[in-house]
Each structure stands twice: as structure tokens, then as C-alpha cells.
Design a protein around this ligand. Structure first.
Ligand code: GLA
Length: 378
């Protein structure tokens, strides 16, 4: 990927630039808890967005996306926002850096990636983090701290892409560390790295390759439900809510909001239970929590879909230790914790059965837990 980017950059802009990369992420457990001030447990992976960048001495940014074979040029003022959605991620990162007092001047860039799009692996956070890191290095002597870099990506989603996401994806993409998952407290941003070597198990993703249309921003709607319940409870977020408190306001909230909050309260605890279980090397408990998360995401939070529920059923039938939908939902991947001796059987069965039912095989994605945003040295 690096050589192709370099070749393209030279051809288009006639110079060389500096290369940066940032990673997609997985999340072992803790879904839809980030914007509720709860805990998440992600890690950066060996799938990247990579960009070559060179300062061009103008007040314009000139961007070429290799994967889309698309070019865009924009200025750095608010009114210069491009129409193309893909370019808005980069524009947003520039603007959010400037809003925080950072310097951004014109630059040329070519970027490409191997984070599967729409798979729930946060290709957009990888793109944002790559550029946030790069602009900090190129124009700001790395004076913007890493927490702020993650927030630049998150605010880009909020203000330029219409998704009121939490901090998990951008945090994982910026702070990712090789071989480690991290438990992140999304309220305080305190985080702890957990070396992750599940002896005798494999972690594998199955990409259903389905993307359901997000008409009416269902992600934002989930967040609104949680915020309504928190407000009814007199809390800032559901972080401090309990099942008992929820039961007390049951007749003041809709049944739908009740179920959304019930999931979040359970999920907060599951992250902590999984961390304890990992410290004991108790992967059976980790797996059981993953299945519980899937059930909650499917029935109470309603962000699953038929294809992902089917992959989850097949995982159960094959004796997989833990399996669940991963990421925001409405399509994408399941994450599966599988005993090594069941791996081949599981993958073969999932491919065959899914293909028979939906006419295509799920994509098997093996991931290595890797470093987050960085400058790629020659
Ligand atoms: C998306 C969002 C994250 C998080 C997850 C669900 O990936 O970007 O902030 O809310 O969904 O856990």
C-alpha cells in the first residue's frame, strides 16, 4: 500500500511527502456504552488508513483518494466545506484542529486503506485519526495532546458527518498499542492496557458484508433514548444508573427507552466482568458475556439484523466460546472468540450455511492487535 501511495503522490504532485497511518479497531465488549459515560474495551488492529502528505505553500488542501479514485480540493475556512462525504472527514479534522487553536495550512495528500468499509471496524475513525495525527506533526510540533487528537476526530463526526458518536473509535485509533486491548473509562478517559494473548483461542471476525441503510439516523436515535432516560433519572449519563433506578421510572418512560437503558446498564457491568475474567484467564466467562451482549444488542437495543443474528446462531451451534455483533450495528461483523480446535469447523460451517441462506460467504477477517496512529518511517 505504501509504495502505491508513493507512486501516485509523485505522479500527481511531483514531489514526496511524509507518510502517516492510523488503525481501525475491534472492541471485545462494551458496545454503545461510550456515549453513556461507561466503559469500553477496544484495541487497534493491523488494518490501516495510510496517507502521504506534503505542505504545498497555498491555502488549499488537495486530496486524492486512491480507493475511490476521487479527487477533491477545498479551502480551510468554514464556508469551504466540500460536498463529498469522504472529503468532509478530512475537512472536518482540519477545521476542528483550527478551532482548538492549532495551525493548518494548505497541503497535498494521497490516501488509501485496507480497513473494510461498513464492517464496523471504524474506517472513518482511522481516517480522522490519521489526519489529526499528521496535522499535529506537520504544523503543530506535536503540541496537541493525544486526548485532543481523539476528540478532534469525534467532533468531526458530530459537526461534519452527522453522527453523534462516542469517543471509543477515535480513542482506540489514536491510543492503540500492539498486543494490548484497553479498558477505557469514557467519562474520565482513564485507560488501562491489558495484554491480550488468549492462549488456545483465536479471535476472528466474520463480516456479513451487509450494510443496512441508516434511514433516520438510528444510531443518533439510540443515543437520544439513553439521554432521555438519564434526564428522567436526573443524571448526566446512564453511567450511574442501576436496574433499581430504572425500575423506579419505568412508568415515566416509553417501553422502547426502557429497553435501551436496560441494555446499557447490563453492558457497563459486563465490561468490568470481562476484565476480571481476563485477569483470571477465564475465557469461558468472557465468551458468555459476549453472547449476552449480542442478545441485548439484538433484542433490547435493536441494532442487529437477520444476517448477524444468523451468524451468531451458527457460532452457538458450533460451540464457539463467545460471539456477538461488533460496533455500531445495522450490519457489519461479528467478533468471535473460538477455541483453536473448533476454529476450522466453525469457519467452514459459517461459510457454507451463510452462503446457502444469503447467497454469499461472510468474509473471514483475522486481526492482529496493533499500534494506533503513527508516522511511517522509511
Ligand atoms: C460506533 C461509534 C462508537 C460507539 C460504537 C458502539 O462505532 O462510533 O462511538 O458508540 O458505535 O459501541
Amino acid at each position: 500500500m505504501k509504495e502505491k501511495i508513493q507512486e501516485q503522490f509523485k505522479q500527481r504532485f511531483g514531489t514526496d511527502g511524509v507518510i502517516y497511518a492510523s488503525a481501525g479497531r475491534i472492541n471485545l465488549i462494551g458496545e454503545h456504552t461510550d456515549y453513556n459515560g461507561g466503559f469500553v474495551f477496544p484495541g487497534a488492529i493491523d488494518k490501516y488508513i495510510m496517507a502521504e502528505i506534503n505542505i504545498n505553500g497555498t491555502d488549499k488542501v488537495r486530496v486524492y483518494s486512491m480507493d475511490m479514485d476521487a479527487y477533491c480540493e477545498f479551502g480551510l475556512n468554514e464556508e469551504d466545506a466540500p460536498q463529498d462525504q469522504w472529503a468532509r472527514y478530512i475537512f472536518g479534522v482540519c477545521r476542528e484542529t483550527i478551532k482548538r487553536g492549532g495551525v493548518v495550512k494548505g497541503f497535498d495528500t494521497v490516501f488509501a486503506g485496507n480497513v473494510p468499509l461498513g464492517a464496523g471496524l471504524s474506517s472513518s475513525a482511522a481516517l480522522e485519526s490519521c489526519f489529526a495525527f499528521a496535522l499535529n506533526d506537520l504544523f503543530n510540533d506535536n503540541k496537541i495532546d493525544k486526548f485532543e487528537l481523539a476528540k478532534i476526530g469525534q467532533s468531526t463526526e458530530h459537526n461534519y458527518c452527522g453522527v453523534n458518536c462516542g469517543i471509543m473509535d477515535q480513542f482506540a485509533s489514536v491510543f492503540g498499542k500492539k498486543d494490548c486491548l484497553m479498558r477505557l473509562d469514557c467519562r474520565s478517559l482513564e485507560h488501562e492496557y491489558f495484554p491480550f494473548h488468549p492462549e488456545g483461542y483465536k479471535l476472528v471476525l466474520l463480516n456479513s458484508k451487509v450494510k443496512h441503510e441508516l434511514v433516520d439516523s438510528p444510531y443518533n436515535k439510540r443515543r437520544e433514548s439513553c439521554e432521555r432516560v438519564a434526564a428522567t433519572l436526573g443524571l448526566e449519563t446512564l453511567r450511574d444508573a442501576s436496574y433499581t433506578m430504572l425500575a423506579d421510572v419505568r412508568d415515566k418512560i416509553s417501553n422502547e427507552d426502557y429497553r435501551r437503558a436496560r441494555f446499557v446498564i447490563g453492558e457497563k457491568q459486563r465490561v468490568l466482568d470481562v476484565c476480571d475474567a481476563l485477569e483470571r484467564g477465564d475465557y469461558e466467562t468472557v465468551g458468555r458475556c459476549m453472547f449476552e451482549t449480542h442478545d441485548g444488542l439484538s433484542r433490547d437495543y435493536e441494532v442487529s439484523c437477520e444476517e448477524l443474528d444468523y451468524l451468531n446462531d451458527v457460532a452457538r451451534e458450533c460451540g464457539v466460546t463467545g460471539s456477538r455483533i461488533m460496533g455500531g450495528g445495522f450490519g457489519g461483523c461479528t467478533i468471535n472468540l473460538v477455541k483453536e480446535d473448533r476454529y476450522d469447523h466453525f469457519i467452514a460451517t459459517a461459510k457454507e450455511k451463510f452462503n446457502a441462506k444469503y447467497g454469499h460467504e461472510p468474509e473471514v477477517i483475522n486481526v492482529i492487535i496493533s499500534d494506533g496512529a503513527h508516522r511511517v518511517e522509511d
